[in-house]
Design a protein around this ligand. Structure first.
Ligand SMILES: NC(=O)c1ccc[n+]([C@@H]2O[C@H](COP(=O)([O-])OP(=O)(O)OC[C@H]3O[C@@H](n4cnc5c(N)ncnc54)[C@H](OP(=O)(O)O)[C@@H]3O)[C@@H](O)[C@H]2O)c1
Length: 238
């Protein structure tokens, strides 16, 4: 399906991005991954087909993103999954300057990647972005997370109009088992996963491969653009 296609995955050293890189490889595509750390890029490349490329780029800096795209040249599909964990804080305790930093990689990094990346897309190219269910079903203390997720949705729709015929879509994951949660103590994390699995209509929490399938769907369906697809095991319903 992706033979002779070149797919660039920003955030490809781990979690959703690495699973997507593996799926691209299985579909016959060529892979370029980016993360902030060379050691993590090198580790991820061991799991990817020979010939896959990796670059260490700090996506918190616009100039780095511009230089990266100028260096790699033309490609077919852009996937943006880069992001760090964020803390959940009630509005009364929120430090606004700290809250702004949560947008740096996830939102402004994605916007810069679209700005500088889209000019290198071959005809038929796509852009796939990442959000989360916080904007659809927020809980107390989720003001920053919900704002971030909803901002990404609006940006995706605007770009689907502005950059057409480039197709632009966004995945909205629920809880997915990745390194994003590794800051939580192991026992607490397992209890969280178990309670989520019991709550969800799907009966289990998400795996990174579930999201990778969605990104490949975005790349392969020529009539799909401007869409936000929730992949959450049904969490927004219950
Ligand atoms: N997992 C979930 O349950 C879940 C749910 C909803 C939404 N999401 C969103 O999905 C996205 C991906 O999450 P994930 O679960 O795949 O997390 P992950 O496994 O921690 O992967 C995050 C990726 O982002 C990269 N990254 C972070 N900061 C970077 C920077 N400054 N420069 C370059 N790369 C950077 C990391 O690379 P290095 O660490 O190697 O630099 C890594 O490749 C995040 O935005 C997350 O908020 C995840």
């Amino acid at each position: 399906m992706l033979q002779s296609k070149r797919v660039v995955i920003l955030g490809g050293s781990s979690g959703l991005g690495l699973a997507t890189a593996k799926a691209v490889g299985e579909a016959g595509g060529s892979i370029v991954i980016v993360s902030g750390k060379q050691s993590r890029v090198d580790e991820a490349l061991k799991d990817l087909p020979a010939g896959s490329q990796g670059h260490a780029v700090d996506l918190s800096r616009e100039a780095n993103i511009k230089t990266f795209f100028e260096k790699i040249g033309p490609f077919d599909h852009l996937v943006y999954t880069a992001g760090e964990p964020l803390s959940l804080t009630p509005i009364d305790a929120l430090e606004i300057e700290q809250a702004k930093t949560f947008f740096t990689v996830r939102f402004w990094g994605a916007m810069a990647a679209v700005k500088y990346g889209h000019t290198f897309l071959n005809p038929g190219g796509t852009i796939s972005l990442t959000s989360g269910t916080a904007g659809w079903r927020p809980q107390k203390g989720w003001g920053v997370a919900a704002s971030l997720c909803t901002a990404m949705e609006g940006f995706m729709r605007a770009m689907a109009v502005e950059l057409a015929p480039v197709r632009v879509n966004l995945v909205i994951p629920g809880v997915i088992r990745t390194n994003l949660w590794s800051g939580m103590p192991a026992a607490q994390l397992q209890a969280f996963y178990d309670s989520e699995a019991r709550r969800l209509p799907a009966g289990r929490i998400g795996e990174a491969g579930d999201i990778a399938k969605t990104f490949l769907f975005f790349m392969s369906n020529p009539h799909l653009t401007g869409q936000a697809v929730v992949v959450d095991g049904g969490s927004v319903l219950v």
